[in-house]
Design a protein around this ligand. Structure first.
Ligand SMILES: C[S@@+](CC[C@H](N)C(=O)[O-])C[C@H]1O[C@@H](n2cnc3c(N)ncnc32)[C@H](O)[C@@H]1O
Length: 210
């Protein structure tokens, strides 16, 4: 049933803009791991959340080719800004080309740097943080995001189910699963936040700082 349900849900949602369809095609042609790209269902959810939260200053950890960044940027008010970080030259080249074609081009600040190094130096707070970088760094991203988010701010983390691997003890040397389990436990036991883990695609946790 799931593929049919997904198709039905998508056909009853806002359609994917042409620019994002083109970005998805380009990513599949040029990138070695196109599956890192967000899907439209997830991008649209991020966009709706950011609009509902009236987020003005956003931080994205993990730009890749810019799909989720474009979804988030489309939710910004005219004076809003999205800072997005990545360490991959080739992915950022694709992202920059597509940001340039977006109506929000001037509102997207691309940083070719680890978010862990760069974001604290901006000396800003972010009312929306999207965590989607290296899974082994999720616990560090979370500590940083909590420091950079005001009360009421929203933190969203992708891949929290890690294709279901999260349910079992990780194999020796599997640092990705281990770090995601640590991150999930940090969020679960953190009484300073309200949270919901959703089984959307590879798992998405929505975290609101009290
Ligand atoms: C899953 S992809 C991001 C996908 C993108 N958010 C989207 O939805 O289309 C993860 C990206 O995180 C980047 N990354 C890894 N470590 C990072 C770090 N410390 N800071 C920022 N980005 C990082 C990787 O280079 C990769 O492009």
């Amino acid at each position: 049933m799931q593929p049919e349900i997904d198709t039905y849900c998508l056909s009853h949602s806002t359609p994917e803009p042409e620019l994002l369809q083109a970005l998805s095609r380009e990513t599949h042609l040029r990138m070695v791991q196109p599956r890192m790209l967000s899907c439209w269902q997830q991008g649209l959810l991020l966009q709706q959340l950011a609009k509902l939260a009236k987020s003005k200053t956003m931080l994205e950890i993990g730009t890749f080719t810019g799909y989720s960044a474009l979804c988030l940027a489309a939710a910004l008010p005219p004076n809003g800004v999205l800072h997005t970080y990545d360490v991959d030259d080739e992915a950022l080249e694709v992202a920059q080309a597509f940001f340039a074609q977006s109506p929000q081009a001037a509102q997207v600040r691309v940083h070719h740097q680890s978010a862990l190094e760069g974001a604290p130096l901006l000396k800003e707070t972010f009312d929306f943080v999207f965590i989607d970088g290296d899974k082994r760094e999720y616990p560090d991203y979370y500590r940083m995001a909590l420091n950079l988010t005001p009360s009421g701010g929203l933190i969203v983390a992708d891949n929290v189910l890690w294709s279901g691997k999260i349910l079992a003890a990780p194999l020796a040397g599997d640092r990705h699963t281990r770090a995601l389990q640590e991150f999930n436990e940090m969020v679960r036991s953190d009484s300073a936040v309200e949270k919901i883990m959703l089984p959307l695609r590879d798992g998405l946790t929505l975290i609101r700082k009290k």
